[in-house]
Design a protein around this ligand. Sequence first.
Ligand SMILES: Nc1ccn([C@@H]2O[C@H](COP(=O)(O)OP(=O)(O)OP(=O)(O)O)[C@@H](O)[C@H]2O)c(=O)n1
Length: 431
Amino acid sequence: MPEKLEAGALEVIRRLTDNGFEAYMVGGCVRDKCLGRKVKDYDIATAARPEQVQSLFKRTIPTGLQHGTVTVLIDRVPYEVTTFRKEGDYEGYRRPSEVEYIDSLHEDLQRRDFTMNAMALDRYGRLIDPFGGQDDLREKRLRCVGCAEERFREDALRMLRCLRFAAEYGLEPEPETWSALLRMKPLLGHIAMERVQAELLRMLAGANPNLAVELLCKSGVLEHTKLKLRLASIAEGKPWPDVETLPDELHRLAYMYIRIGATPEQAEADMRHLACSKQQTDNVRLMVAAYEQLRHEAVETAMPDGEDLPEVREWLKRQWLLAAIRYGRDTLRSVHKLYSLEAERTHSQSVWAAEGRVWLDAMPVSEVSELAVSGQALLRKFAPAKPGPWLGRLLAALLEDTALGKLLNEPESLLKAAEAYYEQIRENPCR
Ligand SMILES: Nc1ccn([C@@H]2O[C@H](COP(=O)(O)OP(=O)(O)OP(=O)(O)O)[C@@H](O)[C@H]2O)c(=O)n1
């Protein structure tokens, strides 16, 4: 498959050059080839204008004509073909009128962000590397092309890209690039939050999320976005634990909110700001909320030092299982991972970190739908009583007792227990 992908790119380049237009592979694909990494997609830069590209290929899509980009389909695989241009406009965020076409590959490469992203390959596989990208990669150096300040001014998002690439590829930002980043970071305030979100989540999902978090802390870049994620407050001298042990970027984000002491509402507002999906936002809010609630309970009932009292342990188990009912078993599985990480970082004993997973696995039910009796069965049993709030309360009581192991999840024992609850609820209808 990778060979097929590359063969398609070469076909595009050959067709363009056979028709008198210079054309090269550029950007991330050249970088990844130099690093021996798998190439995800091939971008092609050419001297041909968009309408000339369109006329040379049977299947094209005008994906970004105003920025000079035409997508060419070869065997249904898309290749982005972009006319050499002077201004950045790498993601279509500038007004079309600012795009200025040029005839020189060199000038096109000069406007790109980092030396490793400013290399090209011609149809014969010859590398064009005017700014020393390959040397930088060899020396594990991340360096802006030319004046770093100018590159960051052209597109402030490049500062986040800088941190992402440094973490992902294990590169050290070169001193001039790093100091320009520290000077220019206030410009991040003007960047669309969707773009910040994409970079942030990619960084946290990447090959080295620990280094990504460390660089975010060290650079203080997020402080200049509209986010509440102020990491500098926890950066000082304290090592971050191994966030890589958390399963994905959302757990890592939730952990960061917990570490800065954000409330679930603050985390939610922040993620809305970031234009995260509702599902992502709910996920993180629930993790932060469940974690916070449990932490609050744990502080109230701190185990006396060095002691392990069975009644306290029992109480902690009850809080844990009640939280699993309230926030969902999956959320509590996530919270268990967060507690375990925190316990490791603070070298502290945590009953939840030690036992939480086992308790969750052994929990017979965590939601009403798992009960061996349905609302319908209860309505039949207590006919002619009409459906009403009593039914919800009754099911909640059965769920809690079954989850805590006081009742067996079998129709007979549940229906029997329901009789007693039904009487209590009828006697106290307002509770
Ligand atoms: N803000 C940006 C975005 C992109 N580019 C240039 O456009 C190329 C393609 O950008 P993109 O597809 O966004 O990223 P890649 O570098 O391919 O890397 P990745 O796919 O990992 O994001 C980059 O290599 C770089 O030369 C740039 O100079 N400035």
